[in-house]
Design a protein around this ligand. Structure first.
Ligand code: FAD
Length: 452
């Protein structure tokens, strides 16, 4: 080790939804933390930004909620839901003490607030500084990172922004889908699922959201439309586009975004007198995946380790959940023996997979081009009669699993009602869903690995 190398307990690579709060939580526990980010912040990232009750509770605990509210983003308690041919007005499920149900803050505003929390907690923050390599000890264990010289704006105690090598007991890759840490550590991917819909989104000024701010989620036929008040008085819309229609959609932008969005009645109403602000954005190709979560001296958090179809709007909240759980794990095990630390990170990885595998496949199904199975709206119709349909949104609060909602009795009841209406095709559909479920359970036991 060169005498000029800087030493930390933990180096966190990537300073957005996973990395910045993790750095804050670790620094608050008294660990020496360096948060390394290649971008200059504030800066945007190609992502919409809706997060839910569990994320709001996390942000309140972190002490940043008031700052986020100051952006003008409302706390949303109502949803206008449509699943197939069933539409209903929902009250967002929350727990006592939750600050709210849903919020949307654009990333160039959200992420810097998280970074400020890390800085205030005592983490060294080096922005404009890219990790280019992992540093290993003689046993091959990851022992630090090599960083490129800062492009400006880096600020660290001890000069991480100018140093070439940063050393630490643990390197956390919170560096997103194209994770450098994952690639250099050789983490393999599994459950890899290419996207089906392309996603486009844009912002409007002068939208009227009705009496109360409302989150619109409409998924029917081959359409997905989301609408939501966001910060600064703007209204955000997001639509799913079948790749077969992509060429025409793109050629017609920005009008085609508006046309798609207006297909959902409450969004059409909200946008009646609105005008677009800025250019629509879109993303047409991505893959959902899990990556091997940890190895000697390294661990992955957030999108670096796991990405799911964004239609379900869970990446931000899931990054927070992982940061919180990883901070708890490290509080207990970072100072222990190498064997104990590795075993704890291994358990953390098993927790991650168990926690997110069901929501992962659910997100893939919601983001699938195939028509929604008829049994889903029928289950929800039954739940609506029982007054429990709003609990569907506990899925996006990450407080229920799909199997808690699509229970055996509810599915059987729905199948019975559909059969009574002569919908015999439902039997084929349920057989296909059961086969998918068996295949996914088998994959969870024996993942099919891919490099990268
Ligand atoms: C189109 C789209 C829409 C989405 N909509 C939503 C939504 O509405 N709600 C929701 O909850 N989630 C949404 N998501 C998911 C969400 O964006 C992610 O899950 C979330 O950003 C994960 O945060 P992260 O910190 O893990 O990664 P990121 O936000 O990707 O941050 C990683 C950071 O690492 C930095 N980095 C990368 N490489 C290096 C390096 N070598 N050295 C230093 N720094 C590096 C990057 O510059 C970046 O700042 C959406 C995603 C997409 C693609």
């Amino acid at each position: 080790m060169s005498s000029g190398d800087e030493r930390y307990d933990v180096i966190v690579v990537g300073a957005r939804c996973a990395g910045a709060p993790l750095a804050a939580l670790l620094a608050r526990q008294g660990f020496e933390v360096c948060l390394v980010e290649k971008a200059e912040l504030p800066g945007d990232t190609p992502s919409t930004h809706i997060f839910e009750a569990d994320a709001l509770a996390f942000l309140a605990d972190l002490g940043v909620l008031e700052e986020l509210r100051a952006t003008g983003a409302p706390l949303i308690a109502r949803a206008d839901a449509r699943v197939g041919d069933l539409r209903w007005p929902a009250t967002w499920p929350v727990r006592p003490g939750d600050p709210g149900g849903v919020m949307s803050v654009r990333r160039f505003r959200l992420d810097p607030v998280l970074v400020d929390a890390a800085r205030a907690a005592g983490a060294d923050v080096a922005t404009g500084t890219a990790v280019t390599d992992l540093v290993r000890d003689e046993d091959g264990r990851v022992a630090g990172v090599r960083v490129s010289p800062p492009t400006g704006g880096g600020e660290t105690r001890g000069g991480a922004g100018t140093g070439r090598v940063l050393r630490a007991r643990l390197v956390v890759g919170a560096d997103g889908r194209s994770s450098t840490v994952a690639r250099l550590a050789g983490a393999r991917s599994y459950h890899v699922t290419p996207n089906q819909f392309a996603l486009f989104w844009g912002y409007f000024a002068g939208a009227t959201g009705g009496a109360e701010p409302t989150f619109v989620f409409h998924r029917w036929a081959d359409r997905v439309v989301l609408g939501c008040p966001t910060d600064d008085g703007l209204y955000q819309v997001q639509v799913g586009v079948d790749p077969a229609r992509l060429r025409a959609f793109r050629a017609g932008l920005p009008g085609s975004l508006l046309e798609y969005a207006r297909a959902a009645k409450p969004v059409a109403e909200a946008l009646a007198d609105a005008r677009p602000v800025g250019e629509p954005r879109g993303t047409t190709h991505w893959k959902g995946y899990f990556r091997e979560p940890a190895g000697p001296g390294w661990v992955l958090a957030g999108d670096a380790g796991h990405f799911k179809d964004p239609t379900a709007g869970r990446g931000i909240g899931d990054a927070f959940l992982q940061a919180a759980e990883l901070a708890r794990t490290l509080a207990e095990h970072l100072a222990r023996s190498t064997e104990e630390l590795d075993a704890a990170l291994h358990r953390w990885g098993a927790w991650r997979d168990a926690e997110f595998v069901e929501p992962y496949w659910f997100a893939a199904d919601i983001g699938s081009l195939a028509p929604l199975p008829a049994v889903l709206p029928e289950v929800l119709r039954g739940m609506r009669r029982a007054g429990t349909a709003d609990s569907l949104f506990e899925l996006v609060n990450h407080r229920a699993k799909p199997t808690d909602i699509l229970t055996g009795p509810r599915v059987l009841g729905a199948v019975g009602r559909l059969l009574a209406r002569g919908r015999v095709g439902v039997l084929r559909e349920v057989a296909r869903l059961a086969a998918d479920d068996r295949r996914r359970r088998a994959l969870a036991r024996r993942p099919r690995y891919e490099t990268g």
